[in-house]
Design a protein around this ligand. Structure first.
Ligand SMILES: *Cc1c(COP(=O)(O)O)cnc(C)c1O
Length: 426
């Protein structure tokens, strides 16, 4: 008999802290033992016990086409056979940069890094370098990776574990980070280098920007000469064909990317106007570097994803997700609970409650709903029925292009049953 999830996780815990390499993967918020994945195919993952799950985690948004898409696998085989890293420029990074910059209005140049964290960290350094200012404004509940200065008031795993920030981050490191309330345009002054925002907040469950919020940030930044940074690590090339800036018609000064643009491999990128980006070394005084940056394997996978997805696919996926969201709300209502499943393009949130409620517009409202005790039994009852959501109420559901309508429909029976379990369990 091959080892069970319990056995794998026990082994993991001996040699990896908490048994996981990223806290969101732990079951700290929902209890129990994580399933250990051996493979994925399209909308499904399979664990070490041979159980299959309809997967709404999709690597927290890194997967847009679904797991092991044949075009991506073929591109990877080809790229790997040519060698995996050289420490010299490669055609692959040029191709991916061209794909991104031709698609996103205003994005003239990008520099690749190896994670979203690095992308945001580097964009902030660049903003400080070009403005000569120190303060950065972020918003409560937005997650921008785990760099010291940006861990304060983070969503995702930081929220899930109930942490205000992180031990090991000095007061000095966060002294220039100012935290605002999502959907409220803050007062800025001339000490502000940049305003950093998730254009759709997708690490505190899902919170859409109010119509005036992003244009308001643009105007506020222009007023004091601060740079506006869109963290599109989730929304980039997922929200739609050209991401959130094009979707909302608001052009930031800098963009941060990750997740989708690596096609499932480690990557990040930040970019903007050429006159801003030229402040980076070797042209300019802002230093930034990486041994594996622009990696030929990661950029091959990313380019393949961007080339495979057509504008119509986003419309199609958005429609599918909207119908699924309505189905989710109905299925949960059939158990006497209330669900609201906000949708922005193909991004899908899910809030559960016993009473009718308004959709939250900022982190405080999200937190009250996330802490009502319903998610934990709902999550486990769904997992038992072969449907995997993220193990925490602050994550959104990621629906890939491989999640066909019939698969989504089939999940609704499990959702109704899980809602019945949650209604009686908590
Ligand atoms: C995931 C994420 C990051 C961090 O990316 P990593 O690749 O995990 O370092 C940054 N910003 C947002 C909005 C994210 O969702």
């Amino acid at each position: 008999m091959s080892p069970t999830n319990e056995e794998w996780f026990a082994r993991a815990r001996r040699v990896i802290p908490g048994g996981v390499d990223s806290p969101v993967r732990s079951f700290a918020a929902v209890g129990g033992t994580p399933y250990t994945v051996v493979s994925g195919q399209g909308a499904f993952v399979e664990d070490v016990e041979g159980r299959r799950y309809l997967d709404f985690v999709q690597s927290y948004g890194a997967s847009l086409l679904g797991h092991a898409h044949p075009a991506v696998v073929a591109a990877l085989r080809e790229a790997v056979a040519r060698g995996t890293t050289f420490g010299a420029p490669t055609p692959g990074e040029v191709r991916l940069a061209e794909l991104m910059t031709t698609r996103v209005p205003g994005l003239e140049q990008v520099r690749f890094v190896s994670s979203g964290t690095e992308a945001v960290m580097s964009a902030v350094r660049l903003a400080r370098g070009v403005t000569g200012r120190r303060r950065v404004v972020k918003f409560d509940g937005c997650y921008h990776g785990h760099s010291d200065a940006l861990l304060v008031a983070g969503g995702s795993g930081v929220a899930q574990l109930g942490l205000p920030g992180s031990a090991g981050v000095t007061a000095g490191a966060v002294a220039d980070t100012v935290v605002g309330t999502y959907n409220q345009v803050p007062e800025l002054d001339e000490s502000v280098a940049a305003v950093l925002v998730e254009p759709v907040a997708a690490n505190m469950n899902l919170v859409a920007p109010d119509p005036g919020f992003l244009p308001g940030l643009r105007a506020a930044c222009d007023h004091v000469g601060a740079l506006l940074i869109f963290d599109e690590v989730i929304t980039g090339f997922r929200l739609d064909w050209a991401g959130a800036s094009a979707h909302y018609g608001v052009t930031p000064d800098l963009w941060c990317y990750g997740k989708v643009i690596g096609g499932g491999l480690p990557i990040g990128a930040f970019g903007g106007r050429a006159d801003v980006l030229e402040a980076l070394a070797p042209e300019g005084p802002v230093y930034q570097a990486g041994t594996l940056s622009g990696n030929p394997v990661a950029t091959a996978a990313g380019s393949t994803v961007l080339e495979t997805v057509a504008p119509a696919d986003y419309q199609d996926l958005g429609g599918r997700v909207a119908r699924f969201a309505a189905g989710l709300e109905e299925a949960v209502a059939s158990a006497g609970l209330v669900a609201r499943a906000p949708v922005v393009g193909p991004l899908l949130g899910l809030y559960l409650s016993r009473e009718p409620f308004d959709l939250p517009t900022s982190f405080a409202g999200v937190r009250a709903l996330a802490d009502n005790g319903l998610y934990r039994p709902f999550f486990h009852a769904l997992l038992d029925r072969g449907v995997a959501l993220a193990p925490g109420a602050y994550e959104i559901l990621f629906v890939s292009l491989a999640h066909e309508e019939t698969l989504l429909d089939s999940a609704l029976t499990a959702v109704a049953e899980a809602a019945r379990v949650a209604a009686t369990a908590s």
